[in-house]
Write a protein that binds this ligand. Structure first.
Ligand SMILES: [Zn+2]
Length: 122
């Protein structure tokens, strides 16, 4: 048998959950971007708040494909032989990078949230 207090408790828990979700969306860092650099030259800048998949085509025929989703950027595929960049975890903290050495491609997060773990370590 369900008691009235149980229903109230469930309602409170659901409301709290919704509040947390709304709070997280409101406090989501605005203006976070990822800078794509090829061989030291800035190729383009992408908004981390806009989900997209993009393939960088270098003049030498090499390519790197990355995905922006939920404020994170991840290298999903690339023409390089080592695939270190593809195996790299997704990034979203300020100054985090994914580097593709063979293709000389660098993805770097700017204007993002600071990585507190790094700040303490420094
Ligand atoms: Zn690579």
């Amino acid at each position: 048998m369900i008691k009235k207090n149980d229903i109230i408790l469930v309602g409170v828990v659901i409301l709290l959950g919704l509040a947390v979700i709304i709070f997280m969306n409101v406090t989501k860092t605005e203006g976070s971007k990822v800078v794509v650099t090829i061989d030291g030259n800035v190729y383009n800048t992408f908004d981390l708040n806009e989900d997209t998949t993009f393939t960088i085509n270098a003049d030498n025929g090499e390519w790197n494909s990355f995905e922006i989703k939920d404020g994170h950027v991840d290298m999903v595929d690339a023409s390089c032989p080592d695939k270190i960049c593809v195996n790299h975890k997704d990034i979203h903290y300020n100054h985090e990078t994914i580097v593709c050495l063979p293709n000389k491609v660098v993805l770097e997060v700017i204007d993002g949230e600071e990585n507190e773990v790094d700040m303490i370590a420094n």
